[in-house]
Ligand binder design. Structure first.
Ligand code: DQA
Length: 148
């Protein structure tokens, strides 16, 4: 069974009510349950983690290899644009990561156009709403099977 870690960054706990014209109306629980269904159909075992705290995200990434995760799906949210610490954590562990965004960050304010995280990820998916996560998970499952 491929173990995949799904990380949701700051404010994603508010999905469902948060800026629905940008992020849609699905709650985080609904997104996770959609991912759970996809995972069951594709032989993956998911662990979900959401935090509004940069250090907590750094900690779980740092433990991910030891805990046997074969890949990471991460929506770093606002930390995408600011966090050297999350970038360095991903670079430090030998676990491939896929960066996902609900919105198309390149269509939005200029400060969202740059990701500090993308250069240390296998790839990035941005702009497809909940489907970004499903596409990201699909890629992560493939990456996990080649890295395990
Ligand atoms: C986001 C895009 C980020 O710029 C923003 O800070 C978020 C969500 C997205 O999923 O579209 O919180 O990562």
């Amino acid at each position: 069974m491929k173990k995949i870690l799904v990380i949701h960054g700051p404010n994603l706990n508010l999905l469902g009510n948060r800026e629905t014209s940008v992020y849609g109306t699905a709650s985080l629980d609904e997104i996770n349950s959609r991912l759970g269904t996809f995972a069951r159909q594709n032989g993956a075992d998911l662990t979900f983690f959401q935090s509004n705290h940069e250090g907590d995200i750094v900690d779980i990434i740092g433990k991910s290899a030891k805990e046997g995760f074969g890949a990471i799906v991460i929506n770093p949210a606002a930390y995408t644009h600011t966090s050297v610490a999350i970038r360095d954590a991903i670079a430090a562990v030998n676990v491939p990561a896929v960066e996902v965004h609900l919105s198309n960050i390149y269509k939005r304010e200029e400060f969202r156009h740059h990701s500090l995280i993308a250069p240390v990820c296998a790839g990035q998916i941005s702009g497809f709403g909940v489907q970004s996560y499903v596409l990201g998970l699909s890629a992560a499952i493939d990456l996990a099977s080649t890295s395990q």
